[in-house]
Design a protein around this ligand. Structure first.
Ligand code: AMP
Length: 283
């Protein structure tokens, strides 16, 4: 596996692959890799000849006061896992390589409509940071395929929209959420949970599942279901930012007969957990 910290080196290697007609897949991550990330790598491998994984803790997507400084960085473990998985290149840039002039006055990418709602209303500038780094990575790597997790559902829709709107010739593929045996979605931030909090954490998935089950059998009181979901989180000791039922494609209001998505974000101790479940509402 090539470990590439340098942008020009990355471009040169990828150009060589592309010159021989090889398809290149990109899996962007912030590192501290877990089995969820690895499932994305396998999807990438199944859809391309070469797999590039980026590991970059992107300062621009952390709102002021968030966990940028303390975000877990586990470079050697990440490298070992990616070698075991047969990844072709690990792009591991320094912050200055990506933001030579800092993040303050850089050109940015904004996806309106999808970015200000849900997580965006609690994390100022978060999706601007995500859209900007993903655009930069698409420009640097020129991937034929890019793989993102459904775990970050709003992020997935933001990226699909930016790829479409900015005419990137990339196929955005989503991969299902990888879970612990008790249902908790895998996340680098789960390591912030103490044992007591970790025991309470599966309540998030349980609340989503209960809500999705009610929707699937035709219960149509969306607001009531959402407040019951939020109450379940509170009784498990969480502080919900939101618990919402939204249209799965637009994130607008849910409509009978269309797929919707139950989405939640909640604080448990110092971890902000997010998760979601898609469900078809009967017409
Ligand atoms: P992150 O390193 O948290 O920025 O995540 C990098 C990519 O992995 C994103 O596309 C995430 O949606 C995806 N991802 C994170 N956790 C999971 C999970 N439990 N299952 C599937 N994909 C995930």
């Amino acid at each position: 596996m090539f470990v590439v910290p340098d942008v020009n080196d990355l471009r040169t290697r990828i150009a060589r692959w592309k010159a021989t007609g090889e398809r290149v897949a990109l899996v962007p991550t912030m590192g501290n890799l877990h089995d969820g990330h690895m499932s994305l790598v396998r999807v990438a491998r199944a859809n391309a000849d070469r797999v590039v994984v980026s590991v970059f803790v992107n300062p621009m997507q952390f709102a002021p006061g968030e966990d940028y400084e303390s975000y877990p960085r586990t470079e050697q473990d990440d490298r070992d896992r990616l070698v075991d998985e047969g990844v072709d290149a690990l792009f591991l840039p320094a912050t200055e390589e990506i933001y030579p002039g800092g993040t303050g006055s850089v050109t940015y990418v904004e996806v309106p409509g999808l970015s200000e709602i849900l997580c965006g209303s609690f994390r100022d500038g978060h999706f601007r940071g995500v859209a900007t780094i993903v655009t930069k990575l698409f420009n640097l790597v020129g991937p034929d395929v890019a793989v993102f997790g459904e775990k970050d559902y709003q992020q997935l829709l933001v990226i699909r929209r930016l790829a479409h709107d900015l005419c990137f010739p990339v196929e955005v593929i989503s991969a299902p959420t990888h879970r612990e045996p008790d249902g908790l979605a895998m996340s680098s931030r789960n390591r912030y949970l103490d044992p007591h909090e970790r025991a309470a954490a599966p309540a998030l998935f349980q609340a989503l599942r209960q809500t999705a089950a009610a929707l699937a059998i035709g219960v149509g009181e969306f607001e009531q279901l959402a407040s019951q979901g939020a109450a379940m989180l509170e009784s498990a000791g969480m502080r919900p930012d939101y618990f919402e039922i939204r249209d799965a494609e637009t994130l607008g209001d849910p409509l009978p007969g269309r797929d919707c998505v139950v989405m939640a974000a909640a604080w448990l101790g110092r971890a902000r957990l997010i998760d979601n479940l898609r469900v078809t509402v009967p017409g």
